[in-house]
Design a protein around this ligand. Sequence first.
Ligand SMILES: Cc1cc2nc3c(=O)[nH]c(=O)nc-3n(C[C@H](O)[C@H](O)[C@H](O)COP(=O)(O)OP(=O)(O)OC[C@H]3O[C@@H](n4cnc5c(N)ncnc54)[C@H](O)[C@@H]3O)c2cc1C
Length: 381
Amino acid sequence: MDFALTDKQNMLIAQVKELCENEIHPYFTSHKTNNREFDLWPIRLLGELNLVCPTIPQEYGGLGLDIFTTALVIEEIAACWPGLAAVIDTNLHAVQPLLLAGTHEQKEKFLPLLTGPNAGLASFALTETSGGSDINAMQTYVEKVNKCFVVNGSKEYVLNAPLANFITLFATTNQEKKKSSLRCFIIPRDTKGIKIEKYYNIAALDYAQLAKLVFDEACLENESIIKEDELYSGYLLLSQTFDIGRVLVGATSVGIAKAAYEIAKDYANERVQFRRPIKKHQAVAHDLVDMATKIQMARLMTWQACWLIDQGEDYTIASAMAKYSASQIAQEVTLKASDILASRAYERGTFIEQLSRDARVLSTIEGTNNIQKNIIASLLL
Ligand SMILES: Cc1cc2nc3c(=O)[nH]c(=O)nc-3n(C[C@H](O)[C@H](O)[C@H](O)COP(=O)(O)OP(=O)(O)OC[C@H]3O[C@@H](n4cnc5c(N)ncnc54)[C@H](O)[C@@H]3O)c2cc1C
């Protein structure tokens, strides 16, 4: 395994860092939660570097980045604005089934929508009221009627849904055998019969827009299905998509932890108690060392999983371990950073307070950490 960055990767990361530090982070901190409407300005800034969905291949207008380089980019974005990283992670997640199994025509139709300076957004719709972790509890049902697929049901907590150009939908074609009859569809958001029933007010990942989508006799074109093949089940496609998406949650976790550590380190230099900077108290210094060490562990586990994905090696255990450990570490590091900042950590709207809330949600998204442990146990034991 070699994680030495190429000149091209170094240049890209330097550009992303500069954009994040000089433009995106100042914008984030100056527009507080309560008065910020979703505005596309940060997306446009990333669009200028073609980073709204950087894994899209060059032939469809994207940068064609591998997963390792994408994780480096996501770490930087998450360190300056975690909610923005979640929006980009969702785009990457939504295009993954297309990249894995879409036809040239499907890719040509949808992928360019997420590229270039005016790139849009996409959603990934899986979770339902009846089933978050449990795919077999899914109720959204697809039926073939003449030349189209008719969908009925609903999907909860769909990130990017209010603004998405298209939706990657997982639904079942057989109510008795839900898991084996799972199918994936890529559909324009403005398809007749799809409407937003509810907007969620989430106390984390500020900027991410979530909604509940209802499918009421929504008629999907025949061409919207990804690989209608009994042997290539939608469940396999879903698992592969999650295996890749999880490492990006790992990278997001590392970015959040890194930002919290930097805030705590600076504060420990400045804050004087008992006539010396608090970093001179060994307990505080040891906390900072623990934080830095764990961040590096999370980063290396994430990079290892990325490397396996990019090499086409078996990566399921590595990506589940990376997501599980990095999201745990993000929670531990933000908690320790809050302890170091003490009373200053709880002022609503400060970056450290937001990072602590953002870190909490990482153990739930892309499969809860219990589900990661189930996956690891099923393959390891
Ligand atoms: C900010 C945010 C963004 C999201 N974005 C999206 C999105 O874009 N698209 C989408 O489809 N969904 C999205 N979700 C939903 C998310 O994926 C689900 O919340 C997650 O899969 C868990 O489902 P659930 O909330 O129904 O929890 P449940 O599945 O009901 O789980 C509840 C608890 O039981 C535990 N549990 C359940 N089954 C087991 C088991 N077999 N073994 C051990 N423990 C178990 C879980 O670990 C958890 O602790 C998002 C959620 C949030 C908060």
